[in-house]
Design a binder for this molecule. Structure first.
Ligand code: ZN
Length: 93
């Protein structure tokens, strides 16, 4: 293996480890499990799998009490933080 390939592989592994470390703190996934996914599914596809995991601190919804909500509009009551639906926001803009 050439020295360039070794350098490239080291940087590649380092980025994968750093990504797993960061995501495992934000999301409900163990660091070693995240690393295993990156090894098995390559870091690129691993990142998509890991980013599909639930957040440790989802912002929730103050209107219906849905604690698992992560998106701008709540999945249950379809309201954003201002209490407006997607349609109402479009009309007012
Ligand atoms: Zn809601």
């Amino acid at each position: 293996m050439s020295i360039l390939a070794i350098i490239f592989l080291s940087i590649y592994c380092l980025i994968a480890i750093m990504m797993c470390h960061q995501e495992s703190q934000k999301r409900k996934i163990n660091f070693y499990l995240a690393l295993l996914i990156c090894v098995v599914a390559t870091p690129l596809f691993g990142y998509f799998i890991i980013s599909g995991m639930a957040l440790r601190n989802p912002k929730g919804c103050k209107w219906c009490g849905n604690l698992e909500n992560e998106s701008e509009y709540c999945g249950l009551c379809h309201l954003n933080e201002a209490g407006k639906t997607d349609q109402e926001t479009k009309v007012s803009q």
